[in-house]
Ligand binder design. Structure first.
Ligand SMILES: Cc1ncc(COP(=O)(O)O)c(C=O)c1O
Length: 504
C-alpha cells in the first residue's frame, strides 16, 4: 500500500524485489536509481514519504550499503529526494510535473493550425538520390574537381588562424561576401556591395530568411505556377497565403485584378530561367512587375539558381540590377555551380532595408561553415571557379544536345520540349493521355529519376503534364537507352492503355 502521509515512511514493498544480477544486467546502483526515479515519478513514492535507511535497504536488496548511499546521493543531486537530519524523503514535485510524468503519453498532438501547416509542406518528391540519371537540378557530381577543392580546403585550414574554428561573422565570411559581390556585379549585373550580402544555407535558407524578415503569418505570397516547390514550402512554413500565378512562354502572368484582390507581400520568381518550364521573363513584364511591386509595397524574391549555365546567346542580366534600389531580394546558390551538399547560398538585401535588417540578422544567425566559406572565396578569387564553370557549361551543352537528339529519335510520342537556353534540365510536355506521375513512379523502379511536371503545379492544368528531365548528372551516351525506356513506360501509362491491352 502506498503511504501518502507526508513525513511517514514511504511504502517500500516496491523496493524489496531483488535487483537483476549476472551477465547483461545493468550495474545494481544504476538499477536502484532507475527504480526509485520511476516510483517517484509514478507517485508510488509520494512527496514527503521517507525512504528506508541505507542500512535497511541494503539488507533488503542484498546489496552493499555504499551502493544505496551513492544512489541516494545521485537522486538528491537530481532533485528527486531531499536528505536532512531526519533521513531521506521524496522531494515535493509540482503537481504538473508529477502528473506529466504519470501520464507519460506521447507529446501533445499538433494544434490544428500546426497540423495544417505540416500537411501543406509535405513533399511530392520521392527520391533524394541525385545519383540516379535524369534527376533535375543535380550537377555532374562525378566531374567535380575534388582534388582541387581538397587542396584549397587544406590551404584554407593551414593558413587560417585558430579562431576560424570559433563562430564567424553571422552574415558570412567577409572574404566570401566580397568575392560574391564582385562576381555578381560583373557576371550577373547585380547592384550590390559585400555589406548587403548574407551567406545562407543554400537558396532554401535565403528563402526562409526572406519570410522571417518580411512577413507576418497570413500575409499573401505569389508563386509561379508551375513553380519551385522549395519556395512553396518556405512560404507555407511562414503560414503565408500562397497565391498561384500561371506561367507562360514569357514567364509569370499577373492578372490585372490581382494587385487589388490579393495584394502580395512577397512575389517569388525565377525570371532568368523559370523553374521548371525554362521561360525567360520578358523585359516588359520585368519592368511592370518592378513598378507595380514598388507601388504595392511588395518584395520580389529573384531566385537566380542556375543562370551561370547559359547555353544560347548572351547571359541574361539579373532583374535586380534593372533599376536602382529595385524592390528585389536577389537569391543565389552554389548548389548547381559547385555541389548541393555544400549548402552555400546567398541573399542580396535591397538597399532600402539593408541597414534596418542587418542588426536583426546578426542576432538571428550564427556564423558557421567557415572553412567551406573561406575555401569557396579562394576558389572564386584564384579563378578555379570560373574555369570549373566553363568546363561544366561545355559539358552540359553536350549533354543537353544528346538529350534533345534522343528525344527526337526515340521518344516516339508527340511532345514539346520547353526551355533549355540555360541550366541543367529540359521540360518535355506530353499529351494528356500519358500520365506523367505514372511514368515517373515507374521510372524510379528502373533507376531513372525525372520529375513529373504536374507535381510542380499548385493547381495543375492539362498543359502541366510532362517530364522534367535533368541532364546535368547523366552522361550523354546514356540518353538513347534511357529515352527508349521512358517511351516504353509512357506507352504503358496511357490512361486508355488498360482498354487497349484488354484481350479482344
Ligand atoms: C528554382 C530553384 N531554386 C533554388 C534551388 C537550389 O536550392 P538550394 O540552394 O537550397 O540547394 C533549386 C534547386 O533545385 C531550384 O530548382
Amino acid at each position: 500500500m502506498i503511504n501518502n502521509t507526508v513525513g511517514e515512511p514511504a511504502d517500500t514493498s516496491l523496493l524489496s524485489s531483488p535487483l537483476l544480477r549476472g551477465p547483461g544486467a545493468l550495474p545494481r546502483q544504476r538499477q536502484l536509481i532507475q527504480r526509485l526515479k520511476q516510483a517517484i515519478l509514478a507517485g508510488q513514492l509520494p512527496a514527503g514519504g521517507k525512504l528506508p535507511s541505507s542500512r535497511t535497504l541494503s539488507e533488503e536488496l542484498d546489496i552493499s550499503r555504499n551502493t544505496v548511499l551513492i544512489a541516494y546521493e545521485q537522486l538528491t543531486a537530481e532533485g528527486y529526494v531531499i536528505a536532512d537530519r531526519q533521513g531521506t524523503r521524496v522531494a515535493p514535485l509540482s503537481a504538473a510535473a508529477s502528473s506529466a510524468a504519470r501520464h507519460a503519453a506521447p507529446a501533445a498532438a499538433p494544434s490544428s493550425a500546426t497540423a495544417t501547416r505540416l500537411t501543406r509542406i509535405v513533399s511530392a518528391r520521392h527520391a533524394h538520390d541525385g545519383s540516379l540519371p535524369m534527376t533535375p537540378g543535380t550537377p555532374a557530381l562525378t566531374q567535380f574537381p575534388v582534388n582541387a577543392w581538397r587542396r584549397a580546403q587544406d590551404r584554407a585550414l593551414q593558413t587560417a588562424p585558430a579562431t576560424v574554428l570559433g563562430y564567424g561573422h553571422p552574415l558570412g565570411e567577409p572574404a566570401l561576401r566580397e568575392a560574391i559581390a564582385q562576381y555578381l556585379r560583373v557576371s550577373r549585373g547585380v547592384r550590390c556591395e559585400a555589406s548587403r550580402i548574407v551567406i545562407t544555407e543554400g537558396a532554401q535558407g535565403a528563402l526562409a530568411l526572406c519570410v522571417q524578415l518580411l512577413t507576418n503569418p497570413g500575409d499573401t505570397a505569389w508563386l509561379e505556377d508551375p513553380g519551385y516547390r522549395g519556395a512553396k514550402s518556405a512560404f507555407h512554413a511562414g503560414d503565408l497565403d500562397v497565391v498561384a500565378m500561371r506561367v507562360d512562354a514569357d514567364g509569370i502572368v499577373i492578372p490585372e485584378g490581382a494587385w487589388t484582390a490579393q495584394p502580395p507581400r512577397l512575389i517569388q520568381i525565377t525570371p532568368t530561367h523559370q523553374y521548371p518550364t525554362g521561360a525567360v521573363l520578358s523585359l516588359t513584364r520585368r519592368l511592370d512587375l518592378l513598378a507595380r511591386a514598388r507601388r504595392a509595397g511588395a518584395w520580389i524574391i529573384e531566385d537566380d539558381y542556375d543562370s551561370e549555365f547559359r547555353h544560347q546567346g548572351e547571359p541574361i542580366a539579373a532583374m535586380q540590377g534593372l533599376l536602382p534600389d529595385a524592390p528585389v531580394l536577389y537569391v543565389g546558390t552554389f548548389s548547381k555551380t559547385m555541389f548541393p551538399a555544400l549548402r552555400l547560398g546567398f541573399l542580396v538585401l535591397p538597399e532600402a532595408i539593408a541597414s534596418q535588417a542587418t542588426p536583426s540578422i546578426v542576432e538571428m544567425l550564427r556564423g558557421g561553415h567557415r572553412l567551406e566559406q573561406l575555401t569557396m572565396a579562394a576558389f572564386i578569387e584564384n579563378g578555379q571557379f570560373s574555369r570549373h564553370l566553363g568546363r561544366m557549361r561545355r559539358l552540359y551543352r553536350e549533354r543537353q544536345a544528346a538529350l534533345r537528339e534522343a528525344l527526337a529519335a526515340h521518344l516516339g510520342i508527340d511532345h514539346e520540349v520547353l526551355g533549355g537556353h540555360s541550366g541543367l534540365h529540359l521540360t518535355v510536355r506530353l499529351p494528356p493521355a500519358f500520365s506523367d506521375v505514372g511514368i515517373v513512379e515507374q521510372s524510379r523502379r528502373l533507376g531513372m529519376n525525372p520529375s513529373a511536371l504536374s507535381s510542380f503545379a499548385i493547381a495543375p492544368l492539362a498543359e502541366d503534364n510532362g517530364l522534367v528531365i535533368g541532364y546535368g548528372n547523366t552522361a550523354a551516351e546514356r540518353f538513347p537507352a534511357l529515352v527508349r525506356r521512358i517511351r516504353d513506360l509512357a506507352l504503358g501509362s496511357r490512361r486508355d492503355a488498360t482498354a487497349d491491352a484488354r484481350p479482344r
